[in-house]
Design a protein around this ligand. Structure first.
Ligand code: IPE
Ligand code: IPE
Ligand code: MG
Length: 248
């Protein structure tokens, strides 16, 4: 841990330069963190929520525009029933618990992902709760829940196909932006910085289309231990990168 004054200095430095418009985080390592503490995996997920609360608070403090976090993937259904059910409940309970505070802090929260495997009741409750924050114009905070990039792109194709059939969309007018506008992240800027904790260096089906020109930042830290210092350091590193977008 670095001393408080150094942390304040880092925050000042980071906020003095343009921030990435959109940061996306693959919050990984909860299970290993629990193992390290000789606890069950669910203990790690619970600690993961605390880490997320800290990060959202910092994102608000530094006036970040968009934050997207990977909470549950379309592949995570392959885990044990106990773990899956625990995660579904933890995500819903945390949303209910935090919504008032998020609302007060001008955070605008939404879930992105497929509704398919989740119950109609679950999806309805998520929207009802998130809606309470939709007048807010501060941090736009997306929770990727039952999210998979390939599913997202597939669902976009289905939606586009249906609108073409209805005559609302014509192939001749379509371009790459059209596809972006049919994704769950329609009207959002692409993530400029993608952070993954726990030492893994892969996307795991997260924001594949959107991350075409993202900068990546990896750390061995397990998600529940992800600190303010590291979050700020990731942004500071992003600010030193030369982004060429294929040009000279
Ligand atoms: C990330 O932590 C949280 C979710 C995927 C829901 P993991 O549960 O993947 O933790 P590890 O990778 O097993 O340590
Ligand atoms: C990615 O982590 C999904 C989330 C963080 C929600 P995983 O732990 O599921 O990814 P893999 O299996 O290591 O690729
Ligand atoms: Mg993992």
């Amino acid at each position: 841990m670095i001393p408080m004054n150094k942390l304040e200095e880092l925050e000042k430095k980071v906020t003095a330069s343009p921030l990435p418009k959109h940061i996306a985080i693959i919050m990984d390592g909860n299970g290993r963190w629990a193992k390290m503490h000789k606890q069950k995996r669910i203990f790690g997920h619970k600690a993961g929520v605390d880490a997320l609360r800290r990060v959202v608070e910092i994102a608000g403090d530094i006036n970040l525009e968009y934050l997207t976090v990977y909470a549950f993937s379309t592949e995570n259904w392959g885990r044990s029933k106990t773990e899956v059910n625990y995660l579904l409940k933890l995500i819903m309970d945390s949303l209910n618990k935090e919504i008032e505070e998020l609302r007060k802090n001008n955070v605008n929260i939404r879930f992105i992902g497929s509704e398919k495997e989740l119950s109609a009741n679950y999806n309805k409750k998520v929207i009802e709760t998130c809606k309470k924050s939709w007048d807010n114009d501060g941090l736009k905070f997306n929770i990727a829940m039952n999210y998979g990039s390939r599913r997202e792109i597939f669902e976009a194709f289905l939606k586009m196909h249906s609108e073409i059939e209805k005559g609302k969309l014509s192939i001749g007018e379509m371009d790459e932006d059209t596809i972006s506008n049919y994704l769950y992240t329609a009207n959002m800027p692409d993530p400029e910085l993608i952070i993954r904790t726990s030492g893994e260096q892969r996307l795991s089906n997260f924001l594949i289309w959107q991350s075409a020109y993202a900068e990546f930042w990896f750390t061995n830290t397990l998600w529940p231990d992800f600190s303010k210092e590291e979050f700020l350091q990731a942004i500071a590193d992003f600010q030193t990168r030369e982004r060429r977008f294929g040009k000279r």
